[in-house]
Design a protein. Structure first.
Length: 321
């Protein structure tokens, strides 16, 4: 049973924060070749469950006392669905006999509800703010349900598993909660409450932006694309710089975070002394890479938000979508 002995707290990828789990009341620990799940604060007790996952998206969980084993096969690296599956297992199997619904503290009731996101990769996506164990939870359907910490002096609530991301709630003159603001990567995004005039206006603006983008793309022809994977451990998001030719003959560059679905950031580019350069002012991103003799590959450094990562880019005649 030594493989069941907890050695260290399971952490999020590339983070010092505790790894998330969808199993209520439990926390995960790294054991001897296994991940073990213990009641919070009681890691010395016999684990309630144990399991293991692979980088290819194959995961197994076992509950000895329940004589239960669950297997999950995705063949997809990264992603958030394993946590979603844990939440479903917890709700439908582990606690299916529990009383439905949670008593929401009066202090949190004003925040509970639906909010409509139309920023970055979100297209009329309905975020839900709910409660769990007396805490607010921001449920982003395409990602995770993020537990929020208590507000700081500025009213910002950090994600427990990603403190660099925060939200605050917006109120009108009658002190009614009418939306929330997300703070991420130095940017602020307004997410109005469902049914408000602000939500309808954002949806209209999103639709207009999509039409404008389609019209612009019709006027452009791809000259070349520089594509590479940023190595963040188990997650390797695809990054792309596109250089397009306008009808006027001038060239324009754009940056796409393909994996995140955030595309079309205007960029500047140049090649000087066999050095490929890209700068994206809006998101404070830069890339400098040395070209090979054929001019088809670049080995360089990606810089953003005070962090640096090595990044290899390959020249392509078709963009990644």
């Amino acid at each position: 049973m030594r493989m069941m002995e907890p050695v260290s707290k399971a952490k999020g990828m590339g983070s010092d924060t505790d790894a998330p789990t969808g199993f209520s009341g439990l926390e995960s620990w790294y054991g001897q070749m296994m991940v073990t799940y213990h009641p919070i604060g009681k890691e010395k007790k016999t684990p309630v469950a144990f399991g293991h996952s692979g980088s290819d998206g194959t995961i197994a969980w076992a509950w000895p006392d329940r004589d239960l084993i669950m297997l999950y096969f995705t063949q997809s690296r990264g992603g958030f669905t394993p946590i979603r599956i844990e939440e479903a297992i917890d709700r439908l199997i582990l606690h299916s006999d529990s009383a439905t619904g949670e008593i929401v503290p009066d202090s949190l009731k004003p925040f509970v509800g639906a909010y409509i996101a139309n920023h970055a990769q979100f297209d009329n996506e309905e975020f839900t703010v709910r409660t769990s164990n007396g805490k607010l939870v921001l449920d982003v359907p395409s990602q995770l349900a993020f537990v929020l910490q208590s507000p700081d002096k500025d009213g910002k609530r950090a994600f427990e598993i990603a403190p660099q991301v925060q939200v605050s709630f917006d109120r009108d003159k009658q002190n009614k909660v009418i939306g929330l603001t997300m703070y991420q990567g130095g940017n602020q995004y307004k997410v109005p409450r469902k049914g408000t005039a602000a939500a309808r206006k954002q949806a209209e603006m999103k639709l207009a932006a999509k039409k404008e983008k389609a019209e612009r793309l019709a006027q452009e022809q791809l000259k070349e694309a520089w594509v590479g994977e940023l190595d963040l451990g188990a997650i390797k998001p695809v990054m792309q710089f596109r250089i397009v030719t306008q009808k006027s003959g001038e060239t324009t560059a754009y940056f796409d975070s393909v994996t995140e679905g955030q595309t079309g950031f205007k960029a500047t580019w140049s090649i000087e002394n066999r050095e490929l350069k890209f700068d994206v002012a809006k998101i404070k991103l830069s890339y400098r890479g040395k070209l090979n003799e054929a001019g088809t590959k670049a080995e360089g450094i990606w810089k953003q938000g005070g962090r640096e990562f090595p990044l290899s880019l390959s020249k392509r005649d078709k963009a990644v979508k």
